[in-house]
Design a protein around this ligand. Structure first.
Ligand code: F6P
Length: 324
């Protein structure tokens, strides 16, 4: 489609919500308005696309939500969109709503959905990476990751206070699905005695060695990513085997990491990527995700984006130095 034909953009948030999504929606609405383009939002991700659950977005209404976590458009993990039947229904909805282009904010599942949808729908799609997991290729950071790490460290700092008072071993599980980004960042920043992430493999003998000789005169803090193969419970039982005297607790931080006001970095990322997505459509781009690499805007094809973005070599070296 030629760029000047874009009169009406549809936008939705999908998958797990993440702080910064509202800032991106505001930026999309603002930038589209300036270019004389109407923007409508589908509520509840792909579910709303299938059902035609549409609301018009106005930048002055979104402006005050920039500092708020979650997503004002709601979100969902749609099973129906995984089926061709659901995608055909979504195509009918887009045609009926006269949508010329689509912007989706979400994680890798969202981009896989767009790839499948592009087989039957030929309007341009632009993606914005929104997930606390930071597991997306083509961007240094995803919306919500920085806020989630800040929430994690704030909470682990508190756990450390009580752990130190009781000289306890604490295992804190953080989110991240199959990725260790939240684990390695939060673990390094709280000075954990050990950090276990999916990318570090199954070798945790070093940890057992450390705990075996642990003298109960201090706290011992282990940060483990939820996607780690061994997991909090098994680590706990192995520790008790090698040192039955330890006073051990497990805390799973859980969904608290997804909520809260977005950090400065996430608000700024939302604003930058929202504007970049609209500009990309105006420039005639299609089926790419807007991201930031080395602090420069960068566009990456959906095929590249869905490849797993693993913790890089430098971070793994930090893990070797501080987390073992
Ligand atoms: O992808 C974001 C995330 O918070 C993961 O870190 C976590 O594994 C998952 O979503 C939890 O999903 P749900 O909210 O559907 O339980």
């Amino acid at each position: 489609m030629s760029t000047n034909k874009i009169k009406h953009i549809g936008v939705f948030t999908s998958g797990g919500d993440s702080p910064g999504m509202n800032a991106a929606l505001y930026a999309i609405a603002k930038s589209a308005e300036v270019n004389g383009i109407k923007v409508s939002g589908y509520r509840k991700g792909y579910e709303g696309l299938i059902d035609g659950d549409l609301v018009q977005l106005k930048s002055h209404e979104l402006q005050k939500l920039t500092q708020k976590g979650g997503t004002m458009l709601k979100t969902a993990r749609s099973r129906r969109f995984l089926e061709l039947e659901g995608r055909k229904k979504a195509l009918e909805t887009l045609n009926a709503n006269k949508i010329d282009a689509l912007i989706a904010i979400g994680g890798d599942g969202t981009f896989k959905g767009l790839l499948a949808f592009s087989e039957i729908c030929n309007i341009p799609f632009i993606g914005i990476p929104g997930t606390i997991d930071n597991d997306i290729s083509g961007t240094d950071y995803t919306l919500g990751f920085d806020s989630a790490v800040n929430t994690a460290i704030e909470n682990i700092d508190k756990i450390k206070d009580t752990a130190e008072s009781h000289n306890r071993v604490f295992i804190v599980e953080v989110m991240g699905r199959d990725s260790g980004y939240i684990g390695i960042h939060s673990g390094l920043m709280v000075g954990a005695d050990a950090i276990l992430i999916p990318e570090s493999g199954t070798d945790f003998m070093y940890l057992l060695d450390k705990v075996k000789n642990y003298d109960s005169e201090d706290a011992f803090l282990i940060v483990v990513s939820e996607g780690d193969e061994i997991g909090a419970e098994l680590v706990s039982s192995k520790i008790k085997e090698v040192n039955p005297n330890v006073d051990l607790r497990i805390t799973k931080l859980g969904h608290v990491q997804r909520g809260g006001n977005p950090s400065a970095l996430d608000r700024m990322l939302g604003i930058r990527l929202g504007v970049a997505a609209v500009n990309a459509l105006l420039q005639g781009r299609s089926n790419v995700m807007a991201g930031v690499l080395n602090n420069q805007l960068h566009f990456t094809s959906f095929e590249e984006v869905v490849k797993q973005h693993e913790v890089n070599k430098e971070l793994k070296e930090l893990l070797e130095l501080f987390g073992k």
